[in-house]
Design a binder for this molecule. Sequence first.
Ligand code: SAM
Length: 195
Amino acid sequence: MTTPAAAAPMNIWNVHWDLDVAQCPCDVHFVEWLEAEGLSGKRVFHFGTGGHHYVGLRCAEPALACTVLGITASPPEYESFVTLATANPALTKSYSAYFGDIYTSNPRLLPRFDIVTLFHACEFRTPANDAYGALTDREVMDLFTAQTDAGGYLLFYTGSFAYASAEPLIADWAAAGLVEELAPFRTLRIFRKRG
Ligand SMILES: C[S@@+](CC[C@H](N)C(=O)[O-])C[C@H]1O[C@@H](n2cnc3c(N)ncnc32)[C@H](O)[C@@H]1O
């Protein structure tokens, strides 16, 4: 078997991000929103696991009982998932993290979701992603909207350092009429996919 030569390397994020609620509370606010809404048993896609895996760990608790598929573009964060899963195999019944670039997402590799977090929209995509034909942020929004069942939710984070870039994309995406905006929750904007 031959491995095709890569034209350009993946635009990875070579950082291990610990939970820092003062700086980046989106994951904590997300779990608080699930609790406030009484949502349990949902299928969650989570953009940006962090090295703490807070969403996967909290959603595995019986009170929430959600399944979470999380993506990280960080090798050390992925290694931390391997360590976590090895020590706690029962966790992998409901939580899996995978290494990849969300901008190369392919719906044929993805299950259906009830909830999608796109908290880090516009934060990390650069011309380095263009080098391998990656999706745009808007294309990622559209892909995950299609991957969400009617009545499901898509969430954005207004505290993102890239929110000023994401906001007009979100407005344009929402104007397409596939989603309705609900009341915000703390730093999060919540959209529900129409039936
Ligand atoms: C600042 S950390 C935030 C982690 C967590 N959501 C939090 O708020 O604590 C950014 C996360 O986005 C992930 N990330 C960055 N670029 C990505 C990409 N192109 N595809 C998938 N994940 C990416 C990183 O691996 C990391 O988990």
